[in-house]
Design a protein around this ligand. Structure first.
Ligand code: SAM
Ligand code: SF4
Ligand code: SF4
Length: 329
């Protein structure tokens, strides 16, 4: 994952990027190219461009072409609002593997409330239509929030009508600086209606809770830092988008060396066992990940309150369809 900028034209209430981060100086075009070359040299195949909002970079098309010509499979994570007919024509020539659009609502007032931008909804819908007509491969992603909790079904129906795959996240991360501001935005009603729609992974979870067991033997089960990693807009290699540690500058051509250090570190940390899970009755419902522990306590094995609340709510939902409004999430 290459975070090209932390700047953004939206102010989403739940965003994990702290506003102050957005002011940091960014890599030049040449430095981005040099990192792409290093990734290529190491056999990296998939390259996701994210942010902030990647289309805020003036050189975004130069960067996309550069990656394309070096044979990368490209995914762009975007709020879609900065695209227009001309840019979409250029994207048609580049043909990224996927343009992953964050779709937080299918109503004007909902999108305005969440993004803080009047007109965002109309613009996003216009762009989705243009992308659809251009035949580009688009995906949707949404987070369940207080403001869109009643709209999960409508978002899903909209995606289905277009035949576009929708990924729904019911769990929120804190902000990187540890602030719990995103948690204030969580919407239990949405988790419940998502559950009722039997959208994966809840359908699996209800029938087989143990399939989601937290592995006690390894802290990292997602390939973080080993088969996947992230690069910041300042040219630092890190474990993943959510874990801003360690930060190895790779601007000077040291990606191979830094990656080797990262792999060693992840392997050492992975040996640490989780201590409480074997006695926890939430284990089968738990979507724990080390990023939470890191952000909250600078401890990869720490189990945070948000993970517990989320797991307790899923357990409740799985055990009873008539969920009480007292659910603690
Ligand atoms: C940070 S954005 C960057 C790319 C682009 N600006 C966008 O919105 O798609 C990547 C994704 O993270 C999601 N996201 C932001 N803050 C989050 C949080 N606190 N927890 C979980 N997902 C979050 C956004 O909704 C978006 O889908
Ligand atoms: S569009 Fe993406 S980066 Fe921008 S504020 Fe929203 S979630 Fe954050
Ligand atoms: S809620 Fe915490 S203690 Fe329980 S299974 Fe999940 S990570 Fe382990």
């Amino acid at each position: 994952m290459f975070e090209l900028t932390y700047r953004c034209n939206f102010k989403c209430k739940h965003c994990y990027v702290p506003p102050r981060t957005r002011l940091a100086k960014e890599l030049s075009t040449g430095e981005v190219f040099s990192i792409i070359d290093q990734l290529k040299g190491m056999g990296c195949f998939y390259l996701g461009f994210t942010g902030g909002e990647p289309f805020l970079r003036e050189d975004i098309f130069q960067i996309l072409w550069y990656a394309k010509k070096r044979g990368f499979q490209i995914i762009i994570y975007t709020n879609a609002s900065l695209l227009d007919r001309e840019k979409i024509r250029e994207l048609r020539r580049i043909r990224p593997n996927k343009i992953d659009i964050t779709l937080l609502g299918v109503r004007n007032d909902t999108v305005t409330r969440i993004t803080g931008v009047v007109g965002a909804y109309v613009k996003i819908m216009e762009v989705i239509e243009l992308l659809y007509d251009a035949g580009l491969n688009v995906g949707f992603k949404t987070s369940i929030l207080k403001d869109n909790a009643g709209e999960v079904k409508a978002i899903r129906d909209f995606s289905n009508r277009l035949g576009i795959f929708l990924r729904v996240d019911s769990k929120l991360f804190p902000r990187w600086d540890g602030a719990h501001i995103p948690f204030r935005e969580r919407g239990i009603k949405g988790v419940r209606s998502l559950f009722r729609l039997q959208t994966k992974p809840f359908a699996d979870l209800a029938s087989n809770p143990s399939s989601h067991n937290v592995k006690e033997s390894s802290l990292f089960s997602c390939g973080v830092g080993v088969s996947q990693a992230a690069i910041t807009p300042q040219g630092e290699l890190k474990m993943c988008v959510m874990i801003n540690y360690p930060l190895f500058s790779v601007v000077n051509g040291s990606l191979r060396h830094s990656w080797a250090k990262l792999v060693r570190l992840v392997r050492v940390k992975a040996r640490r066992k989780r201590v409480n899970c074997h006695t926890c009755n939430l284990e089968g419902y738990c979507l724990w990940c080390p990023a939470y522990g890191w952000i909250e306590k600078k401890d990869f094995s720490f189990c945070d309150q948000e993970t517990k609340r989320h797991a307790a709510c899923l357990k409740q939902l799985c055990e009873s369809d008539a969920v009480k409004d007292t659910c603690s999430l």
